[in-house]
Design a protein around this ligand. Structure first.
Ligand code: SF4
Ligand code: SF4
Length: 199
């Protein structure tokens, strides 16, 4: 995906369903298995970010994903958004990588287990774990483009496990009704219908 598609996907994963639907249709209509996998993965990720309440899991876990691991890569549009909200001094908190930046871990914006910049957190943070390529690449390669894919769940992320089980169970119910696997937009609509007022 080029940078514009990532920029639009970021808006979708941050809660703009218009942008999310546009990306899902674009991926789905390509017919390519990797793109179809990504479309379903984005629906799971949107559910984790926007629809389902994972606060208890993340609180118990203590915010591991913001503390441990490699630096978090930032797109230029992430850095622009950080500068707009926090001023140019924000660069002092970032790591310079080539011509760009990354967020160190432990992340300087973590406050307890929570994210202190939740409303403008970087794209990579909005993608974890279902739309994170490193997490999904092996399952993505195995997917043949038929039906609901089996997504990878990090073993140390109870929030992802809960989201995965909930969304998959709803997808199976929908399959019984439709007599086929729901397309990503159909699954998204059903999830929004059930959960949009819950978080
Ligand atoms: S998303 Fe997963 S790894 Fe990150 S804080 Fe929540 S439970 Fe922990
Ligand atoms: S910006 Fe927020 S979500 Fe991203 S790593 Fe830092 S604390 Fe975590």
């Amino acid at each position: 995906m080029d940078e514009d598609v990532h920029r639009i996907t970021k808006k979708g994963l941050a809660g703009d369903t218009g942008y999310l639907r546009a990306v899902l249709s674009f991926l789905w209509n390509s017919g390519v298995p990797v793109a179809k996998y990504t479309a379903y993965a984005l629906v799971y990720q949107y559910s984790m970010n926007i629809l389902l309440d994972t606060a208890q899991d993340c609180s118990r876990c203590g915010g591991r994903c913001c503390r441990e691991g490699h630096p978090v890569p930032l797109y230029p549009f992430d850095v622009d958004e950080l500068r707009r909200n926090l001023g140019d001094d924000v660069e002092k908190k970032l790591i310079k990588v080539g011509n760009g930046y990354a967020l160190p871990r432990p992340c300087p914006f973590q406050s307890g287990w929570r994210c202190s910049i939740h409303s403008f957190k970087p794209y990579a943070c909005l993608c974890y774990p279902f739309a994170t390529e490193d997490e999904q690449i092996d399952n993505m390669k195995r997917y043949n483009g038929e039906g609901l894919p089996v997504l990878s769940i990090p073993s140390d992320c109870p929030a992802a496990k809960r989201v995965y089980e909930t969304v998959t169970s709803i997808a199976r119910e929908l399959k019984k009704k439709l007599l086929r696997d729901p397309a990503p937009t159909e699954l998204l609509d059903e999830l929004i219908r059930r959960f949009s007022s819950h978080k």
